[in-house]
Design a protein around this ligand. Structure first.
Ligand code: IDP
Length: 163
């Protein structure tokens, strides 16, 4: 008995990415690399974050010594937020970004986006959700609503937001 097409169905996952202000001027180049790595860009939004917005987005770091510098940096220019889809997207996107610290990325993952586009340990080019719970919160922050669970298979991919 044949199950036509069954092997084409893979379970997708979505994650929230940002191209940070230090790199948003090169967004087209970065997005080309993201697509070449097999991610589908389901939604894209360019936005200049306010201090309250950046503080809310990074609330888990409030009180740490680098918090003010992080908020200053994230409000220093536009950010490009992306909703990315791929099987195992959360881990795959973190892998494509490389380690948080640019210096470590350059040493340990020279092909990663942070190695290629990062300039210091705050200006590290990109952001990526670190768990399903973060991805759900961060995707809702940028795109509203339950955008993570909306679609499950490659066959069902379609853009849901386009700006
Ligand atoms: P992540 O972005 O790899 O998830 P987090 O620890 O969540 O790393 O830190 C959020 C962001 O804060 C980093 O991407 C970086 O821009 C900045 N950051 C983190 N740790 C430091 C630090 O020790 N010094 C300066 N900036 C930092």
């Amino acid at each position: 008995r044949l199950f036509t097409g069954a092997s084409l169905v893979r379970t997708n996952e979505r994650t929230l990415a940002m191209i940070k202000p230090c790199t948003s001027g090169r967004a087209a180049e970065v997005i080309a690399e993201i697509e070449a790595a097999g991610f589908v860009v389901c939604a894209k939004k360019e936005h200049q974050m306010s201090v309250p917005q950046a503080s809310e987005f990074y609330a888990e770091h409030d009180g740490k010594e680098f918090f003010k510098g992080l908020v200053d940096f994230m409000t220093s220019g536009p950010v490009v937020a992306l909703l990315l889809e791929k099987p195992n997207a959360i881990k795959e996107w973190r892998a494509l970004m490389g380690p948080t610290a640019t210096s470590k990325a350059k040493e340990e993952a020279p092909d990663s986006l942070r190695a290629k586009y990062g300039t210091d340990n705050t200006k590290n080019a990109t952001h990526g959700s670190d768990s399903f719970v973060s991805a759900a919160r961060e995707a809702a922050f940028w795109f509203g609503g339950p955008v993570l669970a909306a679609e499950k298979t490659l066959a069902m991919i379609k853009p849901i937001v386009s700006e």
